[in-house]
Design a protein around this ligand. Structure first.
Ligand code: DAK
Length: 258
């Protein structure tokens, strides 16, 4: 791969978008590589958490690649949109937990790919924004949908209509970032959170993720039914027997299902 680097250690895949000269802007080649990378990770049992970041100290991802979009035809634009939709949905629905390590600008498609992750940890220099309407387009990699779901309709509309960039602390205040840390602690903080998540029941976490994701897009009653179904399914696992027995025997549980 030319633009994406993946390293796997301790059941964590660190995926770095590596186009620092254009602030890690997403072109079609990078989207295709990410799609391939997410496909691989989603089938690997030896990976429990994916951490997604950008290379360098300045940007996570500064959006879709404007130099590629400027002359694109509507058909090419649609093709790019479908590629991103496919890759982002894989990221959002994979059984692994996904953490965006937002190490600088997360603009347009950058903000959008971070929102397809389960959790966003921001460095103190991170800036989030949806500048698309200033370019005469609207967010097209899920921004109008995921931003409103994460921070509410009113705030999402304000960010999208004004193109304002917000700093990491403001992103934290409105619930877009889960945590803000100094830049030199960003990856370690993500890895520590990943290790804590890995120490829990990975299969149960994947079911909880599915219940939350699907439940957010449905009515409460259907969401609660799905939760009950998946809760019942968790009673069939080794981890459920081991987790509860270990508690009663006052020992640490050895949870292995995934
Ligand atoms: N695309 C291409 N190149 C980019 C880029 C981008 N998004 N962002 C930065 N670069 C390049 C700059 O052109 C510059 O290249 P050189 O001049 O050195 O060759 C280099 O990265 C460094 O950037 P700056 O010199 O501008 O650095 P500054 O510190 O001055 O400014 C900045 C940093 C992040 C504030 C600024 O670069 C900036 O405003 N960047 C653009 C942000 C932006 O508007 N992003 C695009 C949002 S639109 C679609 C669906 C969705 C989308 C597209 C299609 N379909 C359904 C088809 C998504 C669209 C977007 O994401």
């Amino acid at each position: 791969m030319n633009n994406v680097i993946m390293e796997v250690n301790d059941e964590i895949a660190l995926v770095t978008i590596n186009r620092p000269k254009s602030l890690n802007a997403l072109n079609s080649e990078t989207l295709a590589e990410l799609d391939q990378c997410f496909d691989e990770i989603s089938t690997r049992k030896d990976i429990k958490v994916l951490i997604l970041t950008g290379s360098g100290q300045k940007a996570f991802v500064a959006g879709a690649d404007i130099s590629e979009m400027v002359n694109a035809t509507p058909a090419e634009g649609r093709q790019m949109g479908m590629l991103a939709k496919q890759a982002f949905l894989k990221l959002e629905t994979m059984p692994q937990v996904t953490i965006a390590a937002v190490n600088g600008y997360a603009l347009g498609g950058g903000c959008e790919i971070s929102m397809a992750c389960d959790i966003r940890i921001a460095s103190d220099n991170a800036r989030f924004g949806q500048p698309e309407t200033g370019l005469g387009i609207l967010p097209g990699f899920g921004g109008t949908q995921r931003l409103a779901r994460l921070i509410g309709k009113g705030r999402a509309k304000e960010l999208i209509f004004t193109c304002d960039q917000i700093e990491a602390q403001e992103a934290y205040r409105i619930g877009l970032a889960n945590k803000v840390v100094p830049q030199d602690e960003l990856i370690d903080t993500c890895k520590k959170m990943a290790a804590k998540i890995i120490s829990k029941g990975s299969y149960a976490i994947s079911l909880a993720k599915e219940a939350i994701n699907t439940g957010m897009d449905t009515d409460l009653s259907s969401g609660l039914t799905l939760e009950a179904d998946l809760f019942g399914l968790s009673f069939s696992t080794h981890d459920k027997t081991e987790g509860m027995t270990a508690f009663l025997e006052k020992r640490k549980a050895d949870l292995t299902d995934f």
